[in-house]
Design a protein around this ligand. Sequence first.
Ligand SMILES: *[C@@H]1O[C@H](CO)[C@@H](O)[C@H](O)[C@H]1NC(C)=O
Ligand SMILES: *[C@@H]1O[C@H](CO)[C@@H](O)[C@H](O)[C@H]1NC(C)=O
Ligand SMILES: *[C@@H]1O[C@H](CO)[C@@H](O)[C@H](O)[C@H]1NC(C)=O
Ligand SMILES: *[C@@H]1O[C@H](CO)[C@@H](O)[C@H](O)[C@H]1NC(C)=O
Ligand SMILES: *[C@@H]1O[C@H](CO)[C@@H](O)[C@H](O)[C@H]1NC(C)=O
Ligand SMILES: *[C@@H]1O[C@H](CO)[C@@H](O)[C@H](O)[C@H]1NC(C)=O
Ligand SMILES: *[C@@H]1O[C@H](CO)[C@@H](O)[C@H](O)[C@H]1NC(C)=O
Ligand SMILES: *[C@@H]1O[C@H](CO)[C@@H](O)[C@H](O)[C@H]1NC(C)=O
Length: 907
Amino acid sequence: MKIPFFKKASILVTFLTFLNLLSLIDATILAIDYGKGFSKSSIIGAANPLDIVLSQDSKRKDVTGIMLRPDNKLESIERSYGSNLLNFQLRFPEYVVLGLKSLIGKTKITDIFSDFNSGLQTLYDDDVIKIDIGTKHKYSVEELVAMDFNHIIANAQQQFPNNKKVVLNGVNNQINDLVLSVPNYYKQKERLMLHDIVEISDFDRSLGYVDDNLATGISYIAKNYFKLESDVKTHFIVYDMGQESLKTSLFTAFKNSSALLNKDEVVDLTIELNGYGYDKSLGGDHITNDLKNLLINKFLDKNSNYKKNQLLSNSKFLNKIIQTAEKCKLVLSANSDYKIFVESIIDDVNFKSVISRKEFEDLVMKNYKDRILQPLVDVFTTSESIFNQQNVSLANISSIILTGGSTRIPFVQQVLVDYLGNDYYELLSKSVNSDESVTSGLAIRGVKLENSFKFKQNINVVDKLIYNYTLTANENTAIDVFSAGDSYPIKKMLNFSLDSFENDKEVSLILAEDNESFVEYIFKLNNVKKCDFDDAAVNVTVSIGNKKNFAIDKVESVCNGTASKISTLTINKYLGRQPLTKSEIRASKKHIKLLNEKDEQKILLTEALNLFESSLYEQRSFLEDVESNELPEELIETLQTCIGEYIEWLDYDSDGCTLQDIETKHLDISHQVSNIKNYQKSLTTSLDLNEFNSIFENITSWLEDLEALDDFYLAAVLNKTEKFTELNISESVLDVYNGTPLTKRLSLQNQTFVREIAELKEDFIPKLSLLLANFEKEDRLAKFELKLEFLNHLELMDEMLSFHEELFKYRYKFLEASIAKKQRLLLRQYEKSKLEKIKELGLKDKDGNLVEEVMEKAHKRAEAREKEDEDNFLRNTEDYIPNDDKEVVEDSKNHQSVEEELELDEL
Ligand SMILES: *[C@@H]1O[C@H](CO)[C@@H](O)[C@H](O)[C@H]1NC(C)=O
Ligand SMILES: *[C@@H]1O[C@H](CO)[C@@H](O)[C@H](O)[C@H]1NC(C)=O
Ligand SMILES: *[C@@H]1O[C@H](CO)[C@@H](O)[C@H](O)[C@H]1NC(C)=O
Ligand SMILES: *[C@@H]1O[C@H](CO)[C@@H](O)[C@H](O)[C@H]1NC(C)=O
Ligand SMILES: *[C@@H]1O[C@H](CO)[C@@H](O)[C@H](O)[C@H]1NC(C)=O
Ligand SMILES: *[C@@H]1O[C@H](CO)[C@@H](O)[C@H](O)[C@H]1NC(C)=O
Ligand SMILES: *[C@@H]1O[C@H](CO)[C@@H](O)[C@H](O)[C@H]1NC(C)=O
Ligand SMILES: *[C@@H]1O[C@H](CO)[C@@H](O)[C@H](O)[C@H]1NC(C)=O
């Protein structure tokens, strides 16, 4: 089936034209470019061909981070995301976490993280970094990132409401799969931590972690495939300078004109990694931070009464100055100078100064000149040394794609232009839209990894390892397993001769990436059978999967060419950060769920408050329209005062109130309003003596009817007395009838019933009699109120009559059941004595079975059914469902007695 192609009236049109989906999808993928400063995301699935997810304020990117602010009155945590965070950080630095990404894979806070989060309290719990906002629960980085992810999911769900959990025609549109961009230099510790984060988050699974540059490259070739020459290798470079780091990759694109295409596919493209370079500590943040120091010095020059240490210990000042530096950096990318003005940067002092682009370049950027170039140089070096590409040089590069915010800094571009010189500077391409190239490339990759639907272009990815991977068995020398330059996913079987391990000792296998050991597996050979063949060996299968996770898949013992799996293989320990345990993940999920629930309650509360407020204003305007001369002043005044008080309460005192508080007040107002409305209605009725006489008549005759019914019911019950005597039941009929165990609902209704009767008899009738006695003297309002009271009673009276009948029927049924039970008991006693006789005689039926056995079985069955019947009745008294259920019980009873008779007859 072909997915209808919806053109959204947006800038995405050009982008979408090359991304027609072919076949149906049974999942919805959310692609997240989770940046250190900003995150971007796009969604792709059955209900959405491919769309950018916008932030709450309709931007294509959103600030990464979270605010967690305890609200002590509500015992809840206020959470905020996105662009508000920057403002919040200036006001509540202790509750705002920015740049969470820089803590992924870390076991210690980094300097650059602290520089951007002054005033935030952190602590370490084992190897887990946690944020302390003063509450009992300390928030791990894993939880914070997971919540940020959930926020992105919620955002996407809000924008694309077709993505619900409902599975329609077997298509699950719920957003549940993640593809995430990561730098290709991420190691196992980062990848393992991402795994924990996804587990905590609302995502069901992650399809893979895709190198950001690869995503840009995919997006680039998808968009430009018609420009690529067929059957020729085209090399291009992605140069990405983001906030955190600088990464370069050399890709080779290949358009295969003889490839066999699937129906509807238009082109077969391959993209292959063939060179890389990176600088993990050169990015926009480092530049901003240098600029910050420059600004601090400028401030000190003008305000000599401040000491530097004093400034460096003031978190509000530091956050303000770093945000100013960030802005300054942006402005200087377009303008030649920036006039700084920050109000009350510290105490009441304003910061006024000016900084020129020249200053910025001379004092900050110049220091980075070599480092800006190095990764571009490395791309060629590694292309030869690691990826075996002969002779790739600038001469055969088709373009250098600049991406990442920091490549917009003129100095960075200038350094590159100078390096490339006249011959090559034109290779620089700024045509890629950094804001969407990564997420769209990611989405395309996600589709391929998800493997259930396709794009028009068949895009094959050959991604490669950039580190060496080794395995160390029992502290021997490390064995090379996979090498930088190998493409992955990849799997390998390593063969060890059996006598390299001792049979009764644990064998240790340590995996390392780039010479860093990160996990130790152990297993025992104990259970391995003796093997006399020369080829006795241990085979170890290792692999690197889609997420570049390096792991041992299995260990087998090999004898005479056949392998058997060794089941004692376990992970002994991680060397470095321990992944979270299952119960830690559960606890985190639970805590986040609790926060969500409190948020939902808060939303309900806000809704109730709004509703109450609008109803107050509505009632107030109702009062204004009322013709008050017709109504008793007292009623109007009380309501007016009440509305006034409640409006005031809403404005000043409603903080921390409960739903119950609002409800009570709301009911109070509606009650008063309905009184007034009823009064208005009463103006059209006569309220004369006749009316009240008939009310009196009505109530008294109702009570008489009730008594007559009671007499009738009593007679029916007592009519069973004879049966009771006949069956020799010791209890009296009335005791059994009155002692019927009632369902919760019935006993609650009984209480209402008893109360209602008492009120009628002891309160309403006396009041009514009094009114009738002094009819002329009483005022209209008093009469009206009594009439109202009658109307209220009347409502209940109707209900009570049918309840009364229902109660009788229920108890009567119990009575009959008690009789039936006794009858069965007697029958059983008779059958038992008969059975004793049969046993003595050893009778057999026509099939040769002992009759006593057949009978005993029948008895057991009947007893079991009876027991169940009784259980059912009692179970029903806990949570009784009126009609259906009772019928079932009755049915099975009838059914049972018929069957029982039949079996006994067979004898
Ligand atoms: C191009 O596609 C054909 C058919 O699938 C295949 O045999 C050939 O190896 C491909 N060429 C390259 C260079 O991948
Ligand atoms: C290497 O590239 C240069 C310039 O493109 C070319 O002149 C030379 O023949 C190439 N050498 C090989 C071995 O391909
Ligand atoms: C990988 O190992 C080989 C052989 O030991 C070595 O030459 C190469 O430099 C290593 N590569 C990396 C990226 O560490
Ligand atoms: C060893 O393997 C061969 C072929 O798999 C088989 O024919 C032979 O019976 C095996 N020997 C023993 C002792 O299991
Ligand atoms: C064990 O590993 C060796 C070397 O990788 C391989 O040749 C052999 O087939 C493997 N044996 C079994 C039973 O898998
Ligand atoms: C009491 O009045 C109501 C409403 O007019 C009527 O439905 C009901 O039958 C009356 N009951 C008696 C016992 O007169
Ligand atoms: C009393 O029981 C007899 C027979 O059991 C029946 O005919 C009669 O209708 C019953 N009377 C009442 C008031 O249920
Ligand atoms: C109904 O409620 C009253 C008062 O609580 C109680 O005395 C009476 O026994 C109840 N009736 C039944 C059938 O439970």
